[in-house]
Write a protein that binds this ligand. Structure first.
Ligand SMILES: [Zn+2]
Length: 306
């Protein structure tokens, strides 16, 4: 049994002694749909047949209830597979609908714990490509991890997982010992573009492709566009991740790009750094509050395969 040195040990009995051993190969993140401390989660698990290995409060208080080499029952078929491998799980405090993002303190602890699991158990630094693939993930990533489906841990936290938590684990675990592989440089320029109806988002394709980038990869991408229209027309853009098989869309917040000037032209540029899973693509949309036309599009990006 392995106990994390920076987690408060709150051992759950009889589960800790009675549940079978696992060889941990995955780390799966959850939202609790309750704004509880690690101590309160422990008390709740004492009344339930389910439990997670770890619990994390809003203030970064981290509790461990079960050793990481013992099965915990939060991930359905990933708890323990017939070959003896299984997932380490963490429940994290959230609002009742699990729609809020992790706090900075929660993010820091998730990164720290993710690094410890890599060092202690050799969990590979990648996002689980299938339900049994070793790596890192969040509850709704694979259907076999829940009975009957789940939205857990919520859209905001899925975004944080991809853009902050997982890249943070990789960066810290890799430290200075591993050199960054060279990225691919993408530079696409296209004349023309869609006509924009007032108040309606329109997808901005690059190089005749709706997707700017396809995963698995990490990236830094900037999209430029020239928009023509009436002076004072306000332009907004927003990125989203689109999953090709589930058709799930995960939207970023809109980015205000300013208003078209007296010359009838506005040049806009929006940047996003992030990570895409297999079968996931990055797209961008543009909105004008009055009719306008996109006349020029440029995508510049650095893409690291993963
Ligand atoms: Zn969950």
């Amino acid at each position: 049994m392995a106990w994390c040195p920076f987690a408060q040990r709150l051992e759950l009995q009889p589960e800790s002694d009675q549940q079978p051993a696992i060889r941990p190969t995955q780390f799966i993140l959850h939202s609790l749909a309750a704004p509880w401390t690690a101590q309160r989660i422990y008390e709740y698990w004492q009344t339930s047949s389910l439990e997670s290995h770890f619990g994390l409060g809003y203030d970064g208080d981290l509790g461990q209830y079960i050793g990481t080499e013992t099965r915990a029952d939060a991930n359905y078929q990933a708890n323990r597979r017939p070959d003896g491998t299984g997932a380490v799980s963490i429940e994290t405090a959230s609002n009742l609908q699990h729609t809020d993002p992790w706090t900075d303190r929660q993010v820091e602890q998730l990164i720290r714990l993710g690094v410890w699991l890599h060092q202690r158990h050799g969990i590979p630094l990648r996002i689980c490509r299938s339900a049994s693939d070793p790596g890192y993930g969040y509850h709704r990533l694979h259907a076999a991890w829940s009975s009957g489906g789940t939205a857990c841990p919520g859209d905001a936290r899925v975004r944080q997982f991809k853009n902050v938590v997982f890249p943070g684990i990789v960066a810290r675990a890799s430290g200075q010992s591993q050199e960054d592989p060279m990225p691919t440089v993408i530079n696409e320029t296209q004349q023309g573009g869609p006509a924009l109806e007032a108040g309606k988002y329109k997808q901005l394709a690059m190089a005749n492709d709706a997707a700017l980038l396809q995963g698995p990869c990490s990236y830094s991408a900037t999209t430029y566009a020239t928009v023509k229209g009436q002076a004072g027309t306000r332009i907004t853009m927003r990125f989203y991740d689109y999953h090709l098989t589930t058709e799930h869309r995960s939207y970023d917040l809109p980015i205000d790009c300013g208003t078209i000037g007296a010359n009838g032209i506005l040049n806009v540029a929006v940047t996003r750094n992030g990570l895409l899973d297999t079968n996931e693509v990055l797209r961008v949309e543009i909105l004008a509050d009055r009719p306008a036309t996109v006349t020029w599009r440029v995508l510049r990006a650095l893409r690291w395969s993963s």
